[in-house]
Design a protein around this ligand. Structure first.
Ligand SMILES: [Mn+2]
Length: 321
């Protein structure tokens, strides 16, 4: 990937704009918010005269990285739009209508839904936050890093690498983190936010360990109803804190967490240590990485269909080993 060339392209667009809106995917994770806040802080540090807005729904669990803004349609229409960490246009989280052909896309997910007037996708990068690090720390970079930018980008990288445990973690990842740490990154503060859960979520974690269905192919699945959420007293967005739990259980290759929505549909997160799961998500109108993806399904029947497809994928993975 030609980072220098793209850096110059996006920098030229930012220079031309007085006002910039930064978007990312819905149901955000630390990389979505970290890259969003990180880029805003880079622009603030480099071009203090420009106005930068961040839009999208914000779960309370991620406000330690930064906060979103509220703007008018007029302000939105007058802004350069940058979309981060969002593989497909239906997942762009924005209260206004977005013309995908008119945005700058920066992402590390497989580029199936090609969009953007300018598009930079590096699937070898651990995270969108890591891509932004490579821009800002590039040899010909004119961008500045602040403590605020470094903390947000660090949180994004730590989030998407599962604290440097996932295979997407590379020598480049550590090189970028090493540079970020020169800007007073609160490592233990960020770790505290990432590893602690409210008591209610911890109780739910116990429930999932106790009740997840495990198949002979090493597929684990949990379906949470609205009643379950009520019973544990947790908000829907807090279930993100328990998605990765089955990864610590021996013999589990991939897993699914279904959470019933108020309208009766189910949001599902798929995670894997080998079997490909994003094709399954795509079959059901979702998307994501080969090893981490999501979708929304309308019925319990379709949820069980996904579990069956996970078993097929796990079987294929096991027989190919
Ligand atoms: Mn990401």
């Amino acid at each position: 990937m030609n980072y220098t060339e793209f850096f110059k392209k996006i920098d030229a667009e930012i220079k031309k704009a007085d006002s910039i809106v930064i978007l990312r995917h819905e149901s955000p994770d630390p990389d979505a918010i970290g890259s969003q806040v990180g880029l805003r802080e880079i622009i603030r540090a480099t071009y203090p005269e420009k106005t930068v807005y961040l839009l999208g729904e914000m779960p309370s669990s991620l406000t330690y990285i930064g906060e979103m803004d509220e703007i008018t349609q007029e302000q939105f229409d007058a802004s350069l739009i940058i979309v981060l960490d969002c593989a497909n246009t239906p997942r762009i989280d924005c209260p206004f209508e977005v013309d995908p052909s008119n945005v700058i896309k920066i992402d590390h997910h497989p580029d199936r839904d090609v969009y953007g007037a300018i598009s930079f996708v590096d699937t070898n990068s651990s995270s969108t936050s890591e891509i932004l690090c490579r821009f800002v720390f590039g040899e010909e970079s004119t961008w500045k890093v602040s403590k605020e930018a470094a903390n947000a980008l660090y949180a994004g990288i730590v989030g998407d690498t599962g604290r440097f445990l996932y295979p997407a973690t590379t020598a480049v990842t550590f090189a970028m983190v090493s540079k970020l740490l020169e800007f007073d990154v609160d490592i233990s503060g960020i770790a505290y936010h990432m590893i602690t859960n409210p008591v209610s979520v911890s109780r739910l974690a116990g429930y999932i360990y106790q009740n997840m269905e495990i198949s002979e192919n090493g597929v684990a699945a949990t379906i949470l109803s609205q009643k379950d959420l009520e019973h544990f007293g947790i908000e829907e967005d807090q279930t993100h804190g328990v998605i990765s739990l089955p990864s610590t259980v021996e013999g589990i290759h991939c897993w699914a967490l279904f959470v019933e929505q108020p309208d009766g549909s189910y949001r599902v997160n798929l995670r894997s240590k080998g079997p490909i799961v994003n094709e399954i998500a795509q079959n059901h109108g979702g998307g994501g990485h080969p090893l981490a993806s999501g979708a929304v399904v309308s019925t319990l029947e379709e949820a069980h269909q996904i579990i069956a497809e996970l078993n097929e994928s796990a079987k294929a993975f096991l027989s190919a080993r």
